[in-house]
Design a protein around this ligand. Structure first.
Ligand code: 1PZ
Length: 214
């Protein structure tokens, strides 16, 4: 029987994110959250050191699922409808966390920045030499996409976690899409799509000032 926590395949996750983009170029919330749940499974497979990261992602996915199960669920059908609804009803804290500490906009913005990290990291992995260090690839992408938004303590904890990652080839194998070479091929197929259809890119800019930087 498939184990929901360990049954992970990166290809399936990428398909979920691909399904996010509707014909009208909307980013649909449900497949977006399904994609994230797949990434949580992957994080859980990486060991206890990554638990604090997967816990944070899970909390954010649960915030969004709560909106999707509320009376306002139609307004959270897509990222675009969410932004429109929350902004026009003053449901977003722009300067500091106050009346709306867990708005959909601030929550998705953080997930969106993390996807930018993932995009850079996967591309780094794909194009790197066989003997490259996974931890360096992770750190380089992290410094570009996420570090600016994290306080010192988180930055240190993340760097420590990166050091426990397996070698490049072992890491490619954990994606469960075949040999390292096959994983690289799959990533090469997926990268143009990830770059073009990066979920949320069209309605949330990574540096949008929503709430405090952390
Ligand atoms: C392959 C190795 C995976 C490493 C993941 C690299 C990303 C590092 C992210 C570090 C998150 C640290 C824990 C908590 C951070 C939160 O403070 C912030 C801001 O949220 P707030 O406090 O304002 O509510 N959370 C985030 O920035 C979201 C981070 C999500 C990271 C998801 C990683 C995706 C993993 C994919 C695996 C292939």
């Amino acid at each position: 029987m498939a184990d929901v926590d360990t049954d992970f395949n990166l290809k399936v996750v990428l398909v979920n994110f691909k399904q996010c983009l509707s014909e009208k170029e909307e980013v649909l919330m449900d497949p977006y959250l399904t994609g994230w749940k797949g990434l949580i499974k992957f994080l859980n497979n990486l060991g206890a050191v990554f638990a604090f990261i997967s816990k944070d992602v899970l909390t954010k996915v649960q915030i969004m699922e709560k909106f999707r199960n509320s009376e306002q669920k139609e307004n959270y059908f897509s990222l675009q409808s969410m932004v429109k609804y929350e902004i026009s009803n003053n449901l977003v804290d722009f300067q500091k966390r106050a009346d709306h500490p867990d708005s959909g906009c601030r929550t998705i913005l953080r997930l969106h920045r993390a996807l930018h990290w993932l995009q850079l990291f996967l591309d780094g992995l794909r194009t790197s030499q066989e003997d490259s260090k996974t931890s360096s690839l992770c750190t380089d992408s992290y410094n570009i996409a996420l570090a600016t938004y994290h306080p010192w303590l988180i930055r240190k904890a993340v760097t420590v976690a990166f050091c426990t990652l397996p070698s490049r080839n072992a890491f490619l194998e954990t994606m469960n899409v075949g040999t390292p070479e096959e994983a690289v091929e799959m990533l090469s197929d997926a990268m143009p799509f990830i770059g073009q259809g990066h979920p949320a890119r069209k309605c949330l800019k990574p540096d949008l000032n929503l709430g405090p930087p952390v």
